[in-house]
Design a protein around this ligand. Structure first.
Ligand code: CP
Ligand code: NVA
Length: 302
């Protein structure tokens, strides 16, 4: 395993599967009520310069269940918000703690933090990617479908951090990926270039039904991400129709799953009916944030 988890593009297929297997193992221990304080005495600092419900609570609960301690550091209330260089924050926190999780805007900031930190750095979402979310997604899909290899995932919506991470994570584990997005909101060119290494496994098209055809997993995310709130009205016009609804479900494989990283906006990227019909899968996915991140913390900080 590498020192850090900065983006799924950095990981091999074997490393991703090791995280998933470790997550299943830790989940089993937790479900059986077997204590697993493998990180006793260790501290994770969690830096947030964006909002969070799932990421914060799952990391904080996860480190606690592993016998360690979590410290929440808000960008606003710390010296990070007063422009202390990330290079210095990295070196200071490395003297106190055993791991750093960061949620912020710029991927470059996370990469620099990792370069200067001597302890593992975990990316808890940037504008570029959301690796922890996709590890939880893969765990959920594998639990529900029994396998990952050969399944087709269709992502409908903005070519954002979720689309970028799904491209990397799903292709690496042998899944096919179809992205349905407006031509002006495509995934990052780095991810489109990466997908060229998987001929016949990847498609990016504005045609929603074509992308959704014969899918095993339908995935979507908000039309405007954190930091893009002011663009919402203009985005709403472009993304109208980029929605998981009955018409989309009708062209997918029978028994197709629905996944959503949450928070969800019913009536925008997904209808209330489809959301509720697939709520068990979606909340299993949310729960798996905990198990996947415990695996990441265990493997990097043990
Ligand atoms: N999916 C996700 O990362 O949720 P939060 O923004 O609540 O952490
Ligand atoms: N694309 C969303 C994901 C939230 C988990 C955002 O960045 O706001």
């Amino acid at each position: 395993m590498k020192k850090d988890l900065l983006k799924l593009l950095d990981l091999s297929k074997e490393e991703i599967l090791e995280i998933l297997d470790t997550a299943s193992y830790l989940k089993d221990l937790q479900k059986k009520g077997i204590p697993h304080p493998f990180l006793a005495g260790k501290t994770l600092v969690m830096i947030f310069t964006k909002s969070s419900t799932r990421t914060r609570v799952s990391f904080e609960t996860g480190i606690y269940q592993l016998g360690g301690n979590g410290i929440y550091l808000s960008g606003k209330d710390s010296q990070i918000g007063r422009n202390e260089p990330v290079e210095d924050t990295a070196r200071v926190l490395s003297r106190f703690c055993d791991g750093i999780m960061i949620r912020t805007f710029d991927q470059e900031e996370v990469e620099t933090l990792a370069q200067y930190a001597t302890v593992p750095v975990i990316n808890g979402l940037t504008d570029f990617c959301h690796p922890c979310q996709v590890l939880a997604d893969l765990l959920t899909i594998r639990e529900h479908k029994g396998t990952l290899e050969g399944l087709k995932l269709c992502y409908i919506g903005d070519g954002n951090n979720m689309a970028n991470s799904l491209i990397a994570g799903c292709l690496k584990v042998g899944m096919k990926v179809a992205i349905a997005c407006p031509e002006t909101y495509q995934p990052d060119p780095i991810c489109l270039e990466f997908a060229k290494e998987y001929p016949g496994m990847f498609q990016c098209t504005p045609d929603i039904l074509e992308a959704a055809k014969d899918s095993d997993v339908l995935y979507t995310d908000v039309w405007a991400s954190m930091g893009q709130e002011s663009e919402f009205n203009e985005r709403k016009l472009v993304f109208e129709g980029y929605q998981i609804n009955d018409a989309v479900m009708a062209v997918a494989h029978e028994g197709a799953m629905v996944q959503h990283c949450l928070p969800a906006h019913r009536g925008e990227e997904i209808t209330a009916e489809v959301f509720e019909a697939h709520a068990e899968e979606i909340f299993d996915e949310a729960e798996n944030r905990l198990h996947a991140q415990k695996a990441v913390m265990y493997l990097l900080m043990k």
